[in-house]
Write a protein that binds this ligand. Structure first.
Ligand SMILES: [Zn+2]
Ligand SMILES: [Zn+2]
Length: 99
């Protein structure tokens, strides 16, 4: 999962934004793309702030989160990232939504 996905994710349970990324393993990915604008628009998980600057945020395109967790600090919702994949099914689990 690319780091900038955090710029788009909203808590499925309470609607909180942004969610907190806890990264366990991150790897660099090659990109030949010329980056002119930051990939994040309203929240950058790299700086953990809504203050987005191109020189830092450029890494959001070059970093892939291989494993980690995404947490909602407000309601305690959490889901995991495994082998670079965000488990969206966790987001939609009815059991999760009932608790
Ligand atoms: Zn929440
Ligand atoms: Zn960013």
């Amino acid at each position: 999962m690319r780091r900038w996905a955090l710029d788009l994710l909203v808590c499925p349970r309470c609607g909180e934004f942004p969610l907190l990324l806890v990264e366990h393993e991150v790897r660099n990915v090659e990109t030949k793309m010329k980056i002119k604008a930051p990939p994040c628009s309203s929240y950058c998980s790299l700086t953990n702030s809504k203050d987005i600057s191109l020189d830092k945020c450029v890494r959001c395109i070059q970093e892939e989160v291989v494993s980690g967790e995404i947490l909602c600090e407000k309601c305690g919702f959490r889901t995991s990232i495994r082998s670079g994949v965000l488990f969206i099914t966790d987001f939609q689990s009815p059991e999760e939504l009932q608790t």
